[in-house]
Design a protein around this ligand. Sequence first.
Ligand code: 13P
Length: 248
Amino acid sequence: MRRPLVIGNWKMNGSRHSSVELAKGVASRFDAIAQEVEAVVCPPDVFLADVALALGGSAVGLGAQNVSQFESGAYTGDVSASMLAELGCSYAIVGHSERRACYGETSSQVAAKFATAQRKGLAPILCVGETLADREANKTLAVIREQISAVVETVGLGALSSAIVAYEPVWAIGTGEVASPDQAQEVLAFIRTLLGEKADETRLIYGGSVSAENAAQLFEQEDIDGALVGGASLHAEQFMAICQMAEM
Ligand code: 13P
């Protein structure tokens, strides 16, 4: 039985004040509505400590949007997995397409980040996804296979079962053009075939223009165990509505 998981990726938005207010808004609603679903928020690193405090004793979890592949040392601007864990994070997103595209993160760097995060006790949320050009060239599954294989070669198949894999088609991120439930299911079912013996235990989630309007249909799909939500996670009510749908 895989527990549904809804993660809010706040990206580089908001202020210290608005992040605390949003965290409080999520925390105050969550415990009342959701028993079976797990909710996690990923604020900007600089607000993690404030958000951890604002979440207080609620069941809402905390994650980071990125993590260094290195444990410590002369890596200006980087934030290590143990620093994130110390601030209360249980999760770290690795390989988000915005980091692959804007900062040239390669699959092998993503694999190194995955390994470091896991070694330091953070559950990695591994993002994979094809561009529109990949999809139009019929390369979707090949791209996904390459992105997953790079991680499997570094950490081994067993390590993936305790991680989260998020399928986020690049063309669906921030565009309002959500993948159809069939498109998302097809790729997530394929990802499950890549994960070996423990695939049934691994939580696979979908991200890309998820909203309170389309989440329920996505969650009906067999291999969709939750969502990685960007824009809609910046509104406590919308994020909670999505969490509630994941529970049903
Ligand atoms: P949107 O929900 O804004 O499309 O963002 C998705 C995403 O990138 C989450 O990581």
